[in-house]
Design a protein around this ligand. Structure first.
Ligand SMILES: Cc1cc2nc3c(=O)[nH]c(=O)nc-3n(C[C@H](O)[C@H](O)[C@H](O)COP(=O)(O)OP(=O)(O)OC[C@H]3O[C@@H](n4cnc5c(N)ncnc54)[C@H](O)[C@@H]3O)c2cc1C
Length: 378
């Protein structure tokens, strides 16, 4: 039977970044990265805003805050080193005078997370920089950026393969049996013509299956159910704007604490395509269809800060789904990166609730996992 030091399940941006950091820390490690789809990054990692977040919103001391701030620095450095296209466009979080307290609160939480480059902008300053925007105050975040997330994942994959990683697309993990020195892993390889069973051994098993992490956890023998958090799916839809893009920066409303996202904001890709979203709606299943009927609700939300929006130029674009561990009325959950001590199973690492800012934090999540393994040694 084939034998690997590490098996990572899931070739989203997080699985790819974990492999990258592991190969930096343990260059001789044999790693297999399995992906159930025919290619990497087909789910949440390609259905997102492509924003490099500064680390403003997350609860102080949380993994989200720490790994976002560390990850942002690491991601910009990676993009420079390997020529992944990005732009530090900067972002404005808008407010009107009735909610000044909220914007001060955000500035405080950002500061305690180590984000110390925010600026307060007055209405006049906003008007000069963003004439199409209506707001009385704003927080400006110069370190927020956008990147080509596909190119980032492709670069991670290429580097990992150059360093000896085995990439196994169309390979779905179906069962994981802890056995003495590691795991016996069962997978099914779907080669279009036929499906074949494949069994191998791995010393470490890393569950980085995104929306399917809980389902995969259910396939790990002897795993206490209490070590697996309940999963909630929260869909976010986007609309493209076919009018002229009047914005230089990313434009965000103040997040509504009652909502599960950052509010319907403007984002743009590196070609300047303007897009609005994502909204936030708890759903029961993974279904990426966009609801054209949401057009009116989007227009209403956007007009609060972009009054001259031409609503007929909003067209349905795509949707992504957040793998949350908190329900609609609960406080936001943190990332969970559970090591062997959490499950009582040596060699097992599991990731749950890796929603935003998972792209930004991907390299620091990789370093975190690498440290968990390093403590026990590979
Ligand atoms: C609407 C939206 C907008 C977002 N915007 C941003 C943003 O602007 N900036 C930011 O930092 N973050 C953003 N995020 C968060 C970011 O997209 C995620 O945190 C990140 O993509 C998660 O990556 P992942 O690798 O954990 O999951 P995924 O990309 O879902 O990868 C998991 C992979 O595991 C595979 N898999 C599942 N089960 C198995 C199995 N049994 N065997 C083998 N493979 C399996 C799946 O096919 C999948 O490819 C956004 C998220 C959403 C939903």
């Amino acid at each position: 039977m084939d034998r690997f030091d590490v098996c990572i399940a899931g070739a989203g941006v997080v699985g790819l970044a974990i492999a990258h950091r592991l190969l930096e820390a343990f260059p001789k490690a044999s790693i297999v990265l399995t992906e159930q789809e025919s290619d990497f990054g087909q789910h949440t990692s390609s259905r997102l805003s492509e924003v490099i977040h500064a680390g403003i919103y997350y609860a102080s001391g949380s993994l989200k805050a720490r790994l976002c701030v560390e990850g942002k620095v690491a991601l910009y450095a990676f993009c420079d080193k390997y020529r992944v296209p990005y732009r530090r466009v900067g972002k404005l979080i808008l407010s009107n005078s009735s909610c000044d307290q909220a914007i001060t609160g955000l500035a405080h939480s950002a500061k305690s997370n180590g984000v110390d480059d925010l600026e307060y902008w007055t209405e006049d300053r906003i008007k000069i920089a963003e004439p199409a925007v209506r707001a009385s105050h704003a927080l400006f975040s110069p370190s927020t950026g956008i990147l080509d997330s596909h190119q980032y994942m492709q670069t991670l994959l290429t580097l990992n393969e150059q360093r000896g990683m085995l990439y196994a697309p169309r390979t779905k993990i179906t069962a994981v049996q802890p056995s003495g020195q590691g795991f016996c892993v069962k997978a099914s390889i779907n080669s279009r013509i036929k499906t074949e069973a494949y069994r191998f051994n791995a010393k470490w098993f890393i569950n980085s299956a995104g929306l399917w992490s809980q389902q995969l956890a259910g396939k790990i023998e002897n795993l206490p159910a209490s070590s697996v958090p309940k999963q909630f799916l929260c869909k976010g839809e986007y609309f493209d704007y076919r009018g002229t893009n009047p914005f230089t920066h990313l434009i965000y409303p103040l997040p509504d604490p009652k909502l599960s996202g950052l509010g319907i904001h403007s984002t743009q890709d590196l070609r300047g395509q303007l897009r609005f979203g994502p909204d936030a709606e708890y759903v029961e299943e993974v279904d990426y269809r966009v609801t054209p009927d949401k057009h009116r609700a989007f227009a209403r939300a956007i007009r609060n800060y972009f009054p001259s929006l031409e609503a007929n130029k909003l067209v349905p674009a795509y949707a992504g789904i957040r793998p949350k561990i908190n329900g609609p009325d609960e406080k936001p959950g943190d990332f969970i990166i559970a090591g062997p001590q959490d499950s009582g199973i040596p060699g097992l690492i599991q990731l749950f609730g890796i929603e935003s800012p998972g792209l930004t934090a991907s390299l620091s999540i990789g370093s975190y996992v690498s440290r968990l393994i390093g403590e026990v040694s590979l």
